[in-house]
Design a protein around this ligand. Structure first.
Ligand SMILES: NC(=O)c1ccc[n+]([C@@H]2O[C@H](COP(=O)([O-])OP(=O)(O)OC[C@H]3O[C@@H](n4cnc5c(N)ncnc54)[C@H](OP(=O)(O)O)[C@@H]3O)[C@@H](O)[C@H]2O)c1
Length: 393
């Protein structure tokens, strides 16, 4: 089969012929029909952690081609079913193949059923960013989830997150929630989850966001329905947020960029006992800040795969609670209730796997968001804004 394979010495990935994998007893084999790109995919080709020969890439959608011997055909998992999920790809030292291949294997309970009305191209853009946002909103910050999961086990592993669950401020009926990077793929999912939590808990949320003005009309509409937006290019946006909350500040915030001074600026909008979750770690060097009012809550989406994740110099421990949360989340995502979560609009890129590196990776770049600059004239090479880059196989 064909796969996009890492050449660590050349800091490149190219289309290679490799053997088709076969599922172990608890896995399914998926014939991949569409993939979507995430910023980590080009990042770890340009700055490889993995050895040459590893299949790169994270997000996929396709059809089940075979079931491992312990996986019983059920109402929701049988050969031919349309499913989506993500793999870690070449984004760790651990030797696990990624998703940018014609066939992949994955534990059966880490795929979700794609609803009939959703195209596989759309579904390919959901798994990684939606789980990232779900971990931020529900698992780490503790908003009420619209599905059951073992929160006691989560807090057993992370007792420090109990205070996040108490951060809704002076008026427990109204939570001020701020999403910085509201037009990112992660942010578009997070806003919907905040709205779902408000419904599930019966509490009111005032949703504040920061995005470029071009995205405001989208973000003010359903299913995001932001109450107040600022332009992240205005220097005074933190002041605008504080003033719009009548000085109360934000009870909870999610920084979907977490670069340079964004973490400090988002933190400056918090109320007295406000809490902030972030998407990039202090340890990884994406941002620095002294004297924050509270230490941001960070985690990696990979934790949902339930495996130890090794980088060069630091390790994220295996978490059973994170894996169980991912399984419960994906079961909900594949249900009638979860299917209401709207996928990020997708841009179908031409050329299939062989154009991923030349085009898609160029658009995402490997540096900071502000360094994403491509001057190419093709229509599909315009800047990425509130959308996922998707390739069909
Ligand atoms: N911790 C984890 O496990 C995890 C998982 C997934 C992603 N991430 C990280 O989360 C971040 C977001 O990922 P993504 O895939 O959602 O990104 P994305 O969809 O590619 O983000 C693109 C958007 O970012 C917005 N943007 C660019 N610079 C900005 C700034 N300075 N302030 C506010 N918005 C800005 C752009 O908005 P405009 O077009 O409006 O300018 C654009 O719509 C990435 O750094 C990614 O690596 C972490």
């Amino acid at each position: 089969m064909k796969a996009l394979v890492l050449d660590a010495e050349a800091r490149a990935a190219s289309l290679c012929e490799i053997p088709e994998p076969s599922p172990n007893s608890d896995e399914v084999l998926v014939q991949v029909e569409a993939i979507s790109l995430n910023p980590v995919d080009p990042l770890y080709v340009q700055h490889p952690l993995a050895k040459s020969g590893r299949t790169i890439g994270s997000d996929f959608a396709g059809r089940i081609a075979s079931l491992g011997s312990n996986v019983q055909p059920t109402g929701h998992l049988k050969i031919g079913d349309r499913v989506a999920g993500f793999l870690q790809g070449a984004s760790s030292v651990n030797d696990r193949p990624g998703a940018f291949a014609e066939y992949i294997v994955i534990p059966w309970d880490l795929v979700w059923n794609v609803p009939e009305e959703m195209k596989l191209e759309e579904a390919a853009g959901v798994s990684l960013v939606a789980l990232t946002a779900a971990q931020g909103m529900w698992y780490r910050l503790g908003l009420k989830a619209p599905f059951a999961y073992d929160e006691g086990e989560v807090l057993g592993e992370h007792p420090e997150w109990i205070s996040n669950r108490l951060a809704s401020g002076g008026d427990p009926e109204i939570t001020n929630f701020f999403i910085y990077g509201a037009s990112t793929s992660v942010g578009l999912h997070a806003a919907q989850m905040v709205r779902l939590s408000a419904k599930a808990s019966g509490k009111k949320v005032r949703l504040f966001g920061a995005a470029s003005k071009a995205r405001w009309s989208m973000l003010k509409s359903e299913p995001y329905a932001y109450d107040f937006l600022v332009d992240y290019r205005d220097n005074d946006w933190p002041g605008q947020i504080r003033r719009a909350s009548d000085g109360e500040g934000m009870h909870l915030a999610y920084d979907c960029i977490s670069e340079d001074d964004s973490v400090a600026m988002v933190s400056s909008t918090l109320s007295g006992n406000g809490r902030i979750a972030i998407v990039r770690s202090r340890a990884g060097g994406a941002w620095e800040a002294d004297h924050l009012p509270t230490e941001p809550v960070y985690g990696a989406v990979w934790e949902g795969l339930g495996e130890e994740v090794r980088y060069q110099g630091f390790t994220i421990k295996r978490s059973l609670a994170a894996r169980k949360f991912a399984v419960d989340f994906y079961r909900w995502l594949g249900s009638a209730a979860g299917s209401k979560l709207m996928p990020v609009p997708s841009r179908l890129m031409p050329g299939g796997l062989k154009k991923v590196v030349d085009d898609g990776f160029k658009l995402l770049g490997t540096g900071k968001m502000e360094e994403r600059q491509v001057s190419r004239s093709e229509e599909w090479m315009r800047p990425v804004s509130a959308e996922k880059l998707v390739y069909r196989l």
